[in-house]
Design a binder for this molecule. Structure first.
Ligand code: GSH
Length: 216
């Protein structure tokens, strides 16, 4: 196995890839990127990931970016961890979850946090934030409906998969100061899932390493 190095920022979406690596039992180095110092835009980091974002996973001479790609790589590189379903339909459902989280749920939050990326004047930015607040609520509710409908404790219904740590990222964002949802009251199925996650040693280790508080 090539040397693995994960670049992450505490509490960012990289938390999903971080937990997946830990769950897989991978031997990897976790490298913190300091957003307050804008380190993600430093020449050193841009040489690793020209997008200036986390996560980035260095695999020997290669670099993988984008959570869905990293999660799939981890699942395939460590098959014994069973983080990706093998059945064809479940395989598609797993990919569907990751695509939905990365292309709909995550951007709705970015509209609120980073409106300057989507509009060039103040009025436009305010509209982007207002639209983001509406669409985030809708997407958070869609996740809740999907989790209510599942048959078991994990997102895929049966076994634990890479979808589960990715969901935990957005639970923590819903619980955070930007969205400030009452997660337990408004998203009970998702909160039950988040609490279930706290029982996993890999999740506890990563939360401790990132300096995060576990869902209560
Ligand atoms: N599509 C990417 C999104 C990555 C992303 O936006 N990461 C954020 C943290 S959640 C980031 O690095 N932000 C730093 C910045 O925007 O300067 C993925 O899913 O990996």
């Amino acid at each position: 196995m090539a040397d693995l190095k994960l670049f992450y920022a505490p509490g960012a979406c990289s938390l999903a890839s971080h937990i997946a690596l830990e769950e897989a039992g991978a031997d990897f180095e976790a490298v913190r990127v300091d957003f307050r110092a804008n380190e993600q835009r430093s020449p050193g980091y841009l040489a690793i990931n020209p997008k200036g974002r986390v996560p980035a996973l260095v695999v020997g001479e290669d670099v993988i970016t984008e959570n869905p790609a990293i999660l799939r790589y981890v699942a395939r590189a460590f098959p014994q961890a069973g983080l990706w379903p093998s059945d064809a339909l479940d395989d598609a459902r797993c990919a569907e979850w990751l695509a939905f989280l990365s292309s709909s749920v995550h951007p709705s939050y970015a509209h609120i946090r980073r409106p300057e990326r989507y509009a060039s004047d103040e009025a436009g930015r305010q509209d982007v934030v207002a639209t983001g607040l509406r669409s985030a609520r809708e997407f958070w509710e869609m996740v809740e409906r999907k989790l209510e409908a599942r048959s078991g404790q994990w997102a895929m219904g049966g076994d634990y998969s890479v979808v589960d740590p990715y969901l935990l990222v957005f639970w923590t964002w819903g619980n955070g100061s930007v969205l400030a949802y009452d997660m337990a009251a408004d998203f009970p199925a998702w909160t039950a899932h988040a609490r279930q996650m706290t029982g996993r040693p890999a999740v506890r280790r990563v939360f401790e390493r990132e300096g995060l508080t576990l869902p209560a």
